[in-house]
Design a protein around this ligand. Structure first.
Ligand SMILES: NC(=O)c1ccc[n+]([C@@H]2O[C@H](COP(=O)([O-])OP(=O)(O)OC[C@H]3O[C@@H](n4cnc5c(N)ncnc54)[C@H](O)[C@@H]3O)[C@@H](O)[C@H]2O)c1
Length: 325
């Protein structure tokens, strides 16, 4: 019995992510919230012959509270693509509702800029005394998915993408995205020279721009993001059921004292949030794993990521300290 919620469920990501969650047989209740169109989305999905009972809510009549009652996992793709300032306020208000109605839920933040929206959610939860860093995640799975696909392409066999893994660390925008190709599995073929590695790194970091360009300004990644969001939600739910799951996500380094300290040492600068490899368990983050060996090029990427990450985290924290909650 799992109650999953999507906030922003009528959007470009919200609709397909809701569809994919509806097809996850572990989910028995799926509640959808948006400021528009959720009754239609819910009616449509409710005809699919999978276990989840789907309900759509709108803001009137305490719709957000009703959506969140008893929620165990909340996925947030609400917002406006590539309009970071607006999203900060939207995410703050949704986090406030989660803090008061479903404080124990796993929270999966998709709304960009993830580097700031995750600190925003954390600060709101702290103000309500319900913050559990083990249960708050910035969804960076799309970077991981892209890394697997693009590396498989470079290796000349895109059909192998599901078996290719590349840890992607750091943050979730541009230069803060750190694909650690030296740790790829299977390991990189010897004939991939440094120029090819750098081109592949850039493609993973700026993969979102390819989609924006191809959609000719009409939107950003929605379908691949929905796939990534649903995959990450499925990983959380597998861990809840007792399966061992290791993946990367943008999380608080306070989620695991020992592992967080080790990563902070590896980074060399105190950062509250970082995308790291985490071991997930029934209560969320069980362990933060070390970054591991980085080559000289990757060490340079890490160094270049830190100022932007630091600035984004501070922006998120300051946004809440100056907000009236
Ligand atoms: N994490 C990632 O990898 C990633 C990838 C792509 C896009 N994104 C981000 O995801 C977000 C959504 O993108 P999209 O393409 O689906 O946008 P969209 O505009 O198609 O959908 C956003 C939805 O949010 C809804 N919404 C707005 N304010 C709301 C509120 N207060 N409460 C509930 N719902 C609200 C809108 O009505 C809309 O249906 C954007 O912030 C985008 O930048 C993240």
């Amino acid at each position: 019995m799992v109650h999953a919620v999507v906030l922003g469920a009528a959007g470009g990501i919200g609709q397909p992510v809701s569809l994919l969650l509806k097809t996850n047989p572990i989910i028995t209740k799926l509640s959808l919230f948006d400021i528009v169109n959720t009754p239609g989305v819910a009616a449509d999905l409710s005809h699919i012959s999978t276990p989840a009972v789907v309900t759509g809510y709108l803001p009137p009549d305490d719709g957000l509270k009703k959506t969140l009652e008893g929620a165990e996992i909340v996925v947030i793709p609400a917002g406006v693509p590539r309009k970071p300032g607006i999203n900060a306020g939207i995410v703050r208000d949704l986090a406030t509702a989660i803090a008061t109605t479903a404080p124990k839920a796993f929270i999966l933040v998709i709304s960009n800029p993830v580097n700031s929206t995750v600190p925003i959610v954390a600060e709101v939860l702290k103000k309500h005394n319900v913050y559990d860093p083990k249960r708050l995640f910035g969804v960076t799975t799309l970077d991981i998915v892209r890394a697997s696909t693009f590396l498989a392409e470079v290796n000349g066999d895109v059909t192998a993408a599901p078996t290719v893994t590349v840890p992607v660390l750091g943050g979730h925008s541009g230069v803060t995205i750190l694909p650690i190709l030296s740790q790829a599995q299977p390991s990189l073929s010897k004939n991939l020279d440094q120029a090819a590695i750098e081109a592949l790194t850039k493609r993973i970091q700026f993969g979102g721009d390819e989609v924006v360009k191809a959609k000719d300004g009409a939107g950003s990644a929605t379908l691949s993001m929905a796939y990534a969001g649903a995959e990450f939600a499925a990983k959380i739910l597998k861990a809840v059921k007792g399966e061992e799951v290791i993946t990367q996500s943008y999380v608080s380094l306070d989620a695991c004292t020992e592992g967080g300290k080790k990563v902070a040492q590896e980074i060399g600068t105190p950062l509250e949030f970082f995308s790291v490899s985490v071991k997930l368990g029934p209560n969320g983050i069980e362990k933060i794993l070390p970054l591991g060996d980085l080559n000289e090029y990757e060490k340079g990427l890490l160094k270049a990521a830190i100022p932007e990450l630091q600035e984004s985290i501070t922006k998120g924290v300051n946004f809440i300290s100056t907000s009236k909650l």
